[in-house]
Design a protein around this ligand. Structure first.
Ligand code: CMC
Length: 390
């Protein structure tokens, strides 16, 4: 475009059909994977309310449902679980990589790097299409829990534990992490957390995955984009930051002072607010009950601090539609299961891999590259000054 002799403001805006900061309120494609009613706090996966799936399904079944579009038969579920199991083991090369990583590395960076490493085995032969995408997606889903569990053991000076293929996906993770067979209740609770985190519409990480896959990049690259995007503390990284914030506050009696100061400075309170929900996130309601049940003596003060924060926030921000989101209470559940705080966001990523894969496959069917505009507000007609003259 020739900008010469044109007034920039007003003229350039004609180039754009629509402007929405942060794409708020914009729909860019159709999906039948999930729906959020933000006004009434409702979330459905392919038509089924999240509470019902959390109560009655398993993570493997929910993942199948999201990815393939219908609830599996017994045989389909068995095959899908076997496919995941076939990829769960780490080979000696994977373990060698993990042993070479710095022990101080963040688990999300380990996960991201390992998914990227997995793509190397394709040797540049990846053919974009449902078959390759599914194969890669299932491989990633199968390996993610093993990577995180093995990395945690290695950084603690322990040897990784091979998976036990008699265990469920969630139970296997706890076994590989802790080296003890989890109690049925513990495995079931992690399973439930994975179901609650498996899918959430066009959140930032799913959008990032789709932006990448819309260029006809492979599933590995797309999921690497998703993991990187989930890491930020405005998205999945908030679950880790909630616990860090609670530890900084220290006790219920410090809540008011902390929050008054933080909100005066316009700081965001971790675990509150959502772009879509203007009511209580239904996942937060479920997780709060489990957090209450599971939190023992050791974290009682932290839990009471959280309850006080919720009360304060409800009074001050409830009228603005700011309520606890999925990340506010999930950390208590993970803590009770013996999962280290810096691994919380990785659990979110492991669970969300199902939603990412489902969206990649769905979007491929009517794919169009994502390519929005930025409204140019810079100068025009600037003269180039040679370096010697600057
Ligand atoms: N604490 C205090 N004020 C808040 C918060 C919060 N957590 N969230 C939103 N607000 C206020 C914000 O200051 C703004 O006020 P004003 O209109 O006076 O300027 C108003 O509410 C709208 O906020 P926004 O930042 O424009 O909202 P957004 O839709 O761009 O951001 C969000 C959504 C989730 C990034 C934001 O609520 C936030 O930063 N929350 C804290 C981080 C967090 O818990 N993230 C996890 C999100 S849920 C799980 C996930 O998807 O990963």
């Amino acid at each position: 475009m020739d900008y010469k002799n044109k007034k920039i403001k007003g003229v350039l805006k004609q180039d754009y059909q629509f402007f929405s900061h942060g794409l708020e309120g914009v729909a860019a494609f159709e999906t039948s994977i999930s729906y959020i009613d933000g006004k009434d706090g409702i979330l459905i996966y392919r038509g089924i309310p999240i509470g019902e799936l959390a109560e009655r399904s398993t993570y493997e079944e929910t993942a199948y449902f999201l990815i393939y579009g219908s609830l599996p038969t017994k045989a389909e579920l068995k095959k899908f679980s076997n496919d995941l199991e076939n990829h769960i083991s780490l080979d000696t090369e994977d373990i060698k990589w993990l042993k070479d990583f710095p022990v101080a590395a963040h688990p999300m960076d380990v996960l991201n790097t390992c998914v990227s490493l997995m793509s190397l085995s394709e040797g540049g032969d990846y053919e974009i299409g449902r078959e390759s995408d599914l194969k890669a997606g299932i491989q990633i889903m199968g390996k993610m829990p093993s990577i995180i569990a093995a990395f945690d053991r290695i950084r603690k000076g322990k040897e990784p534990i091979p998976p036990d293929n008699k265990l469920s996906y969630a139970a296997n993770f706890l076994w590989m992490l802790n080296g003890e067979k989890p109690k049925e209740k513990e495995a079931r609770i992690l399973d439930l957390c994975l179901i609650l985190h498996a899918e959430h519409g066009v959140c930032a990480s799913t959008f990032a995955t789709l932006v990448t896959s819309s260029t006809m990049a492979d599933v590995y690259s797309s999921i690497v984009s998703g993991i990187g995007t989930l890491k930020g503390y405005l998205h999945g990284g908030a679950n880790e930051q909630v616990i860090r914030m609670l530890e900084r506050i220290g006790a219920p009696e410090n809540v008011e002072k902390y929050l008054n100061e933080a909100t005066k400075k316009k700081e965001k309170i971790m675990g509150f607010g959502h772009r879509v929900y203007k009511a209580l996130d239904p996942r937060a309601r479920i997780l709060k009950n489990y957090a209450r049940d599971l939190t023992g003596k050791r974290d009682e003060v932290l839990f009471k601090t959280a309850l006080k924060i919720e009360k304060f926030m409800e009074k001050k921000f409830g009228p603005k539609g700011i309520y606890p989101n999925v990340d506010f209470y999930s950390g208590f559940v993970y803590k009770a299961l013996g999962i280290p705080t810096d691994m919380f966001t990785s659990i979110f990523a492991i669970a969300r891999s199902a939603g990412w894969i489902a969206h990649i496959l769905e979007y491929r069917e009517s794919s169009r590259i994502f390519r929005p505009r930025g409204i140019y507000s810079g100068p025009v007609n600037v003269k180039y000054i040679p370096i010697k003259a600057r």
